[in-house]
Design a binder for this molecule. Structure first.
Ligand code: F6P
Length: 350
């Protein structure tokens, strides 16, 4: 068989490990050929590809980013490109495409699959918000990076008696904020799933100072918002890909907290540092091992097997202790939000 692989959307530590897993399984076990499209769907749309053999994936297990490059493509471009994609696939003699990506990528995969193209997706996101799978590689790395940053910020916040509001990634969901905040012992956590009241946040931070503590750390997922009417809040509109542009929840809350508390409050935006660099050992194992009992997660390994079984229009997923395939339509139906009781539980611990 001839299989095409691509990585699309925001990059994520562990992508290279998955590309390697596809190539190893396909080439070594099935004698397939693998090609990689450059810069996500763009490569597929314009026919920009490279050959992926065992040499091409040698030494990439621990490398961050993606050797294939990534990009976002506007849905309209993809819709218009279905026939071109079909032609490129025929020219290259491709039997299947394995896109590795998050919500946007899987929606695009669904679109192409519904147009009749043979697709098996692999879920990827540092945000851990794909509901059809229990876990995705990259999340542990992002949480680890954010936790280390929070640990460091605590010491400087204490030296200067500051409140630091640390903005972490998490567009629709607060998993990174919750886990990193809990791991680092943050003093408050705000997430997109639950609009926060600036009065309550001020009270929580204020209580710490009343207790004689000299600093506070608030973790805010980038998509978190204050409750309607709670404080002035600018939003950033929508970008060319239909995604919300964030106007800085940390920056805006810092202004309010400083005004209300009379303590210096500063925003810190961790941004892409959470996505860059080498994956943690845990994520490398998740991205590599085939068996859930051995700690494995849906990877290239399973996607290649699904391709050989002809199970197209699907995505690999980990459910409990079983690796399974779910229809792409189900994979993109809803996001995995932090449940209210989990938030209450976790925020009670910090
Ligand atoms: O979806 C993953 C993610 O890292 C989000 O948490 C974040 O909002 C987004 O990607 C940022 O994407 P970009 O790098 O395109 O700004």
């Amino acid at each position: 068989m001839r299989i095409g692989v691509l990585t699309s959307g925001g990059d994520c530590p562990g992508l290279n490990a998955v590309i390697r897993s596809v190539v190893h399984r396909a080439v070594t076990v099935h004698g397939d050929e693998v090609v990689g499209f450059r810069d996500g769907w763009r490569g597929l749309l314009v026919g920009d590809w490279i050959k992926l053999d065992l040499d091409a994936v040698s030494g990439i297990l621990a490398r961050g980013g993606t050797i294939l490059g990534s990009s976002r493509v506007q849905p309209a471009q993809l819709r218009d490109g279905v026939e071109r994609t079909r032609e490129h696939m025929a020219d290259l003699g491709l039997d299947a495409i394995v896109p590795i990506g998050g919500e946007g990528t899987l929606k695009a995969a669904r679109l192409l699959s519904e147009a009749g193209l043979p697709i098996v997706g692999v879920p990827k996101t540092i945000d851990n918000d794909i509901s059809a799978t229990d876990v995705t590689f990259g999340f542990d790395t992002a949480v680890t990076v954010a936790t280390e940053a929070l640990d460091r910020l605590k010491t400087t916040a204490e030296s200067h008696q500051r409140v630091l509001i640390v903005e972490v990634m998490g567009r629709h969901t607060g998993w990174i904020a919750l886990h990193a905040g809990m791991a680092a012992g943050a003093h408050a956590i705000v997430i997109p799933e639950r609009p926060f009241g600036i009065e309550e946040l001020t009270a929580v931070v204020g209580r710490r100072f009343e207790m004689g503590k000299r600093f506070a750390i608030v973790v805010a997922a980038e998509g978190a918002k204050p409750r309607e009417g709670s404080m002035p809040f600018e939003t950033g509109g929508i970008d060319a890909f239909g995604h919300e542009r964030f106007a800085g929840v940390a920056r805006q809350s810092a202004v309010e907290l400083e005004r209300r508390l009379g303590k210096e409050a500063r925003p810190v935006v961790l941004g892409h540092v959470q996505r860059g660099g080498t994956p943690t050992a845990y994520d490398r194992v998740l991205a590599t091992l085939p068996q859930p009992s051995a700690g494995g997660t849906p990877t290239g390994w399973h996607a290649v097997e699904a391709v050989h079984r002809g199970e197209f229009g699907t995505m690999t997923a980990l459910r409990g202790t079983r690796i399974t395939l779910v229809p792409l339509a189900e994979a993109v139906r809803s996001l995995k939000a932090v449940p209210a009781d989990r938030y209450a539980e976790l925020s009670a611990v910090v």
